[in-house]
Design a protein. Structure first.
Length: 75
């Protein structure tokens, strides 16, 4: 959350920090959602593992103002 507020180099990032933050918030829903018992298991796994892959991709799309490519704790 804090990584999209400050400490990034927007000129080196592939996607805008606002979109990166929005995706980071929204993609957690399919990962930790409680699906109904009759929900198809393959769709559930696609949503969950796909969401995890998106989070990993967002981690590596973030470019700090120091030029490093990764998110870091800022508190």
């Amino acid at each position: 959350m804090i990584n999209v507020v400050y400490g990034y180099d927007v000129s080196k990032m592939i996607i805008a920090p606002a979109i990166l933050g929005l995706l980071a918030y929204v993609i957690t829903i399919p990962i930790w959602n409680k699906y109904a018992k009759d929900f198809p298991i393959w769709i559930k796994h696609t949503f969950q593992y796909g969401g995890i892959l998106v989070l990993v991709a967002l981690y590596f799309l973030y470019v700090q103002d120091t030029g490093e490519i990764e998110m870091t704790p800022k508190w």
